[in-house]
Design a protein around this ligand. Structure first.
Ligand code: B12
Ligand code: SF4
Ligand code: SF4
Length: 353
């Protein structure tokens, strides 16, 4: 049986590699390491409005809460970089009429959809080899500490920017998990943390979102503010989006491990020309229908029209873009309170000395 499981695990990893997953490793299903750190993080309020993290607090304590009878988890990494567009470096500030989109969101499809499709194929393959097995593929949304599991499966280490890093692939990759009740042989975690004395990500973060290395206060993170935070952004942070209209890559752009990342082979993650940067005036003009047509099935859909417009309004106001002023004045009467509030703040910026 053990010999059979060794063979199945090897072939499963081979299948994953053929589907484009560049890293794979098996972690045993157990209570995650640093569960305490996760609880402390929640208790400190660092999750902001991401209520689902609090609601599933208990579920995170063991992967069998995601799959009944789970014994092993195949952790997988799918690259989406590198990004010519974001390679300019964090210091280059796009001024003028455009705003930046995080590299992971520049492709033509939402990564959840792409990766779910691939996980389904892996699941079917595993079921062919082992009929009767229980298998579930997840990406992002299940109560799993994916980076902890990936570290345990030997895919890399958790960096000071809290992302999972790998010496060859940097951090521009998505993580995914295939959970099963099969007892696959576990891989060995590489205990070494290759961040060393580097602090580039901590120093470069535009909003000082790291209270300490390895700890992120999501409430200050531009990625959180532009994507997950559904209400008005607090005054102190409104002018600190640093030109990011959706997500933020600064703590990855400055990371030395991202300097020579091989390209992703997944065509759906190739940057779509119109998603690398967004024209701010065009965003300010977007109707519900316009938003739907342009962003449906892309990751930007998650922010909804109101979120994307709020972000664009704040950037336009921070830059005091002369050509945006009329649109901002118009948005002061928008039917959405969120947009009215942001627009009033933005218009006020033109008056500030
Ligand atoms: C919620 C969430 C967010 C939140 C909070 C981020 C965060 N750091 O937790 C927000 C919206 C801010 C966010 C932003 C981003 N996210 Co996100 N996010 C998630 C999600 C859904 C859950 C993460 C979670 O559970 N956080 C809980 C807290 C406790 O985690 P933590 O702060 O990192 O703390 C842990 C470690 O730091 C560690 N730790 C604590 N102390 C110490 C000490 C030492 C010495 C060490 C080594 C470790 C350590 O223990 C803690 C518990 O695990 C995961 C998917 C998943 N299910 O895992 C994706 C995920 C982490 N996100 C991802 C991505 C791509 C991003 C962005 C890059 C997107 C972007 N460009 O805008 C940014 C990066 C921001 C950043 N620096 O983290 C990828 C990361 C891939 C990778 N290579 O690691 C994931 C895995 C999604 C996926 N399936 O691919 N995200
Ligand atoms: S994503 Fe941007 S704002 Fe968030 S921690 Fe990284 S550098 Fe800071
Ligand atoms: S920038 Fe430096 S400290 Fe931050 S994750 Fe990369 S290597 Fe680690």
């Amino acid at each position: 049986m053990v010999v059979l499981m060794v063979a199945i695990a090897e072939q499963l990893k081979q299948q994953a590699s053929e589907l484009g997953f560049v890293l794979s490793g098996v972690a045993p299903a157990a209570e995650p390491g640093r569960l305490e750190a996760f609880h402390a993080w929640l208790d400190a309020g660092y999750a902001g409005q991401m209520k689902y993290l609090h609601e599933h607090r208990q579920a995170y304590s063991h992967p069998r809460n995601v799959l009944d009878g789970c014994r092993s988890i195949l952790m997988l990494a799918m690259p989406y970089g590198p990004a010519e567009s974001t390679r300019r470096g964090a210091s280059s500030h796009i001024e003028g009429g455009t705003a930046k989109v995080a590299r992971y969101a520049q492709g033509s499809a939402d990564y959840h959809d792409v990766i779910h499709g691939l996980l389904k194929r892996l699941r079917l393959w595993l079921l062919e080899q082992s009929p009767g097995a229980v298998v579930r593929g997840v990406v992002d949304t299940a109560p799993l500490l994916e980076r902890e599991l990936a570290e345990a499966a030997g895919l890399g280490w958790i960096g000071k920017n809290t992302l999972l890093l790998n010496r060859r692939w940097g951090s521009y990759f998505f993580l995914a998990a295939l959970l099963t009740d099969l007892e696959l042989p576990a891989d060995v975690a590489d205990d070494k943390n290759f961040c060393g004395t580097c602090t580039a990500c901590l120093d470069a973060c535009p909003t000082a979102a790291f209270p300490s290395p390895f700890v992120l206060d999501a409430r200050r993170c531009i990625s959180y503010l532009t994507i997950e935070h559904r209400e008005s952004i607090e005054p102190e942070l409104q002018s600190q989006l640093a030109g990011w209209v959706f997500g933020c890559d600064v703590c990855q752009q400055v990371c030395p491990w991202n300097r020579r990342v091989p390209p992703s082979s997944e065509p759906e993650f190739t940057p779509r020309d119109d998603l690398v940067e967004l024209d701010i005036l065009a965003v300010l003009d977007l109707s519900d229908e316009g938003f739907r047509q342009r962003f449906r099935r892309t990751p930007l859909w998650r922010a909804k029209r109101r979120g994307l417009l709020r972000n664009a309004i704040l950037i336009a106001g921070t830059r005091r873009m002369p050509q945006a002023r009329a649109a901002l004045v118009r948005l002061c009467d928008d039917e959405e309170e969120l947009l009215r509030d942001a627009a009033k703040w933005a218009v006020g910026q033109y008056e500030v000395g």
